[in-house]
Design a protein around this ligand. Sequence first.
Ligand code: CTP
Length: 405
Amino acid sequence: MGPFPNLKDKKILLAVTGSIAAYKSLLLTRLIVKAGAEVQVIMTKAATHFVSPLSFATLSRKKVHLEIMEDDAWNNHVEMGLWADAMVVAPATANSLAKMAHGLADTMVHAVYLSAKCPVFFAPAMDLDMWKHPSTQDNVNRLRQFGNIEIKVGTGELASGLVGAGRMAEPEEIMQTLDDHFQTNITFSGKKVMITAGPTIERIDPVRFISNHSTGRMGISIANAFAKQGATVQLILGPSKLKDLIDPRVSTTHVESAQDMLEAAQGHWPSQDIAVMTAAVADYRPQTIADNKIKKKEGDLSIALERTADIAASLGQVKRPDQRLVGFALETENGLENAKLKVYKKNFDMIVLNSLKDKGAGFKHATNKVTIIQKDGSSKEYPLKSKDEVALDILAAIEKSFVEP
Ligand code: CTP
């Protein structure tokens, strides 16, 4: 990794809180300086028990601030929050995350956090049980919802001697995240992209539902690839167990039923440049949802089903000339023909066909084999690849067809 060219001349505010991982932030400071950026370190009192402010001051070539009031001088936290191009809280302890998530401002670090106008990155560091605790997870989720960017913890030996998740990300990883963030002129920078993904759940009664095998994996891979290439990404995700794979730069709206997904998609569509429809939306839902659990009786039971709305088609109907709509087609027979028909019926600009007949393709596999079909009928078949690699092929096809002049 490195040498992190996009950090040159950037102003980074590094907030160090009280964890043994603070020693790693010394290296981080060194790397930021080496990349040609300016770094201002602020610390909590607890952090100074682990690493001395003098070490940070020496490496950053700047006085380290610990308190809002210092030597009778007022440290202007608002000014610091405005000065920075990015704020990085590393390590971020469970206590610090909780304060950030709930707006407490009793330290310099937390006051600056509240007044920061720049993007805020946080690299949690704690013992595995503290990390797993629902309070911590809830706080991390809140911070992500506020638009802060999580730098994921690693798994391994912890200071307590226990082994598990909770280690602060390595300084090089933090640098890479910052470098990616400051990268400009990348393919989709300035573009807004929406992706629908995952299954939908259609309730029958309080305990039962109709759904399908979709995991959301393909859509998450596409969302992550767009985020990496500079797009502002809105993911509309049905119930999925793979939330942890979502890149922190992606904003996610969680939905349950086809109707929820329709409303979310229609709400976001007018402000998007591109939408990619990967969701496996239920085509039918029970006509009524029973208020109580349906008890078994003698004989058979029929459940009356009604059609759900076609989300992709509804976006296709109101698509503007400057917008692009990409569909997916899952076919078990006559794939090419059926996919071409869907391009026309749903007003797609491009469709990605995956055939369940291909070994390793489709639901529950980490791999996929696709054919990309353009509106003019031309098509290109790709070999079996990981879903992350397929996502890159799809982005390249989108770039070639829509973004290049
Ligand atoms: N789609 C959608 N809303 C629906 C059904 C499908 O947005 N209610 C989208 C899918 O996300 C996909 C495309 O439409 O991009 C095609 O989905 P697919 O399930 O292959 O097709 P269907 O329209 O359901 O057609 P069929 O049942 O005839 O295969």
